[in-house]
Design a protein around this ligand. Sequence first.
Ligand code: F0G
Length: 353
Amino acid sequence: MGEHGVIRRYRRFLPVSEDTPVISLNEGGTPLIEAPGIVSKLGGDFHLFVKYEGLNPTASFKDRGMTLAVSKAAERGARIVACASTGNTSASAAAYAARAGMRCLVLIPEGKIAYGKMAQALIHGAQTLEIRGNFDDALEIVRELGKREDVEVVNSINPYRIQGQKTASFEVCDALGEAPDMHFLPVGNAGNITAYWMGYKEYREGGNSSKLPRMMGWQAEGAAPIVLGAPVERPETVATAIRIGNPASWEHAVNAATESSGAIDMVSDEEILDAQRMLARTAGIFVEPASAAGIAGIVKSHSRGDIPNGSTVVVTVTGHGLKDPGVAVENSLAESTVVDADLDSVLAAIGLV
Ligand code: F0G
């Protein structure tokens, strides 16, 4: 892997030319980590690999698509990049716009994005507007803004975002030497499941893999429009990143599940939080709540007998746990203890007297 960043590494699969400036933070190349501890804990008989996308430059998978969207925006001479976001797209857009020397405008739902993500938008100098509404309202406004010539919308309705994000499938196949049997991931605005499916299909067509995984997408119960078959007016979930009631890539997501004999299903907030804690304690991997939806999906699928013995299963964990420290501290069900600064006090506190 001599080349850094998804545009340089996967140029032949991407809509770029010699004239495209490469705006990159060396995204991609994230580890695929085997997690046998979780499988034993579930009493399962399959091989589980975690694609840890929290290790991208802005700590989520969004960077894969953002490098391409911002590079293409720069190529056509756009001056402003804009997005609606539940927090991670805005963090990524802010960083890549800063790198490109472009203005960035982000619209986020008031009071509903995690603290770390707010910090990212602000420190990278994005103009940050909290709207009195939810993500779906923000996206509608951004679609209108995108009609202006000088504005480039970098939500996943921008086709370059999906193109960039599909490189994650390539990396999974490269790491395993073949596509997995099942691929689990959270679903919010539904761009990522669309991108993975596109990537798996292209890689097979190119002769780089010989099979296709079943795509298993997971929404949060309070924000599960695809599962319910109708938009959700007031989506609610602890997993704020996927608090979305009317996903932009709805049909593509349904297609991915149908074509691959997979499914789009839902998990409760409690299942999400249990999965976040289990992943942290059993595999040593810290993810934000939305990212744990795919893990919760594995727990649910396994309990229903939906994961055949001997399968190779990949789960994408989409964002780093440090993005949302508030929920993590609460969900740890643990607390720190203050003691005097001497050995006896420490030994007493841990019960080793
Ligand atoms: N996981 C995380 C951590 C996310 O931030 C998102 C989406 C998803 C999963 C769902 O991915 O939308 O492609 O289905 N976050 C967007 C944002 C909406 O604004 O950051 P999706």
